[in-house]
Design a protein around this ligand. Structure first.
Ligand SMILES: Cc1ncc(COP(=O)(O)O)c(C=O)c1O
Length: 433
């Protein structure tokens, strides 16, 4: 009989990550990594574990698990405990998310915003300063400016394209402000490409400035929702933590809401501890759907990227189009340089500047027949929205103007439909402007 006091965690059989000296690619690992059918009656695919709690093999095991969960013993939980902390579907998902960004650890959440809020709360104390790039997704910006500020956290921001000198200057300013307040610079938070302008942040330059001004104890986090995980891997370029709204390309079918953060355990441990306390972990059903989505993510993103290139080629020539904010057609030399160093693809989400203002943009949006008029992005279907009047409505007018969120900006996210059908749709809608 096994000793009940040393019942091991029923860890999955380690999956092959290398074969004949070859490191297996993420697309291969998405089919089975982190899941052992023998732990689930041989089921080829993981069942959805609908349970709120997990039975301990013994009281001693229960105690050990809680020591890990509460941080009394380093290393985290050794087994499944309670569904606010962990669950099999979520653990498999987190293992697979780590693969794409080559992260040591990943954590999944019930939405992108839950991930972002818990991440920031895990690192900020009263009197601290957050430095962030601008623009950010409006809810992220609002959380810093309107919620964290109520707890004595202040912020400084810089334009997405800032160079090393500008970055060092804003970090020096933030450091002085933190010293005056009696706190620290708690986090450098980036979003690149930025929603909705597609402006890129030079992550390498941010890393250089952070190291020079603040040292390495202040993490650099980056929201990689628009290009990740396929076309940009910011941990390779100097970020410490990568953040996703999994609602977008990773979920990819516009049928779920979820988020994640990933990075070295050093950065993930405090986030995990706070998630254990607050909750906000993705539910098992959503985690299962994300596992299914991850099996096709490379195919979906590649097709959407190819479609976007064709659609943008058409739009760029159209007389009713004033311009495009598409990463495949960058005219600014500095942005082009960042793109060349950080990105391996232009993505499928871009800004389309219609000639005219809000009225012309609305006429265009109301005339689309295939593309749906909805916020969000990264799904199988093409979506179009008007950030100034929708996702970024809460951003003050002055800031909108400064960030280039104009009344003639339509944000488009191209899906995986037939590209010529999409071009026909944009053509007929532009004819009605
Ligand atoms: C860049 C970016 N980050 C974060 C979010 C928030 O994610 P969620 O809607 O999953 O909470 C969004 C949502 O649109 C986004 O576009």
């Amino acid at each position: 009989m096994t000793d009940p006091h040393s019942a091991p965690r029923r860890k999955p059989k380690p999956s092959a990550e290398k074969l004949a000296g070859r490191k297996l690619k993420p697309a291969t690992l998405m089919m089975g990594h982190g899941y052992d059918p023998q732990l689930s009656e041989g089921a080829l695919k993981p069942p959805i574990f609908l349970t709120s709690t997990f039975a301990f093999p013994s009281a001693a095991d229960g105690k050990r698990h809680f020591e890990g969960i509460t941080g009394k013993r380093p290393g985290g939980a050794e087994g499944l405990v309670y569904s606010r902390f962990n669950g099999p579907n979520q653990e498999i998902l987190e293992d697979r998310l780590s693969v794409w960004d080559e992260a040591e650890d990943a954590l999944c959440f019930s939405s992108g915003m839950t991930a972002i809020c818990v991440l920031m709360l895990a690192f900020c104390s009263a009197s601290d300063v957050i430095v962030h790039s601008g623009p950010l997704y409006a809810a992220s910006e609002g959380f810093v400016a309107r919620t964290l500020s109520r707890f004595g956290v202040t912020y400084r921001d810089f334009p997405a394209g800032a160079d090393s000198a500008e970055l060092e200057s804003v970090l020096e300013e933030a450091k002085a402000l933190a010293a005056k307040q009696g706190g620290k610079v708690a986090m450098v938070y980036l979003e690149s490409p930025a929603n909705p302008t597609n402006a890129l942040v030079d992550v390498e330059a941010v890393r250089g400035a952070r190291d020079a001004v603040l040292g390495t104890d202040c993490p650099i986090a980056i929201d990689n929702t628009f290009l990740g995980p396929l076309w940009q891997q910011p941990l390779r370029h100097g970020a410490d933590i990568v953040v996703y709204s999994l609602t977008k390309y990773v979920g990819g079918h516009s049928d779920l809401v979820a988020g994640s953060v990933a990075g070295a355990k050093r950065w993930m441990d405090p986030v995990r501890m706070l998630r254990n306390t607050m909750g906000g972990i993705a539910d098992p059903n959503t985690a299962w759907m994300l596992l299914r989505s991850l099996e096709t993510i490379e195919l979906r993103m590649q097709r959407a990227g190819e479609n976007a290139a064709k659609v943008c080629e058409f739009l760029a020539q159209h007389p009713k189009v004033e311009g495009l904010g598409y990463l495949g057609m960058i005219s600014d030399a500095r942005q082009q340089d960042i793109y060349r160093r950080h990105c391996t693809g232009a993505g499928s989400t871009f800004s389309l500047f219609v000639k005219g203002g809000e009225a012309e943009s609305f006429r265009f949006l109301d005339s689309l027949r295939i593309a749906k008029l909805a916020v969000s992005l990264g799904g199988t279907e093409t979506l179009a929205s008007h950030p100034a009047a929708m996702t970024h409505l809460s951003v003050p007018d002055e800031r909108k103007a400064k960030l280039g969120i104009t009344d003639n900006l339509v944000r488009v996210s191209i899906g995986i439909e037939d590209p010529d059908d999409l071009i026909a749709d944009f053509d007929q809608a532009l004819a009605k402007v």
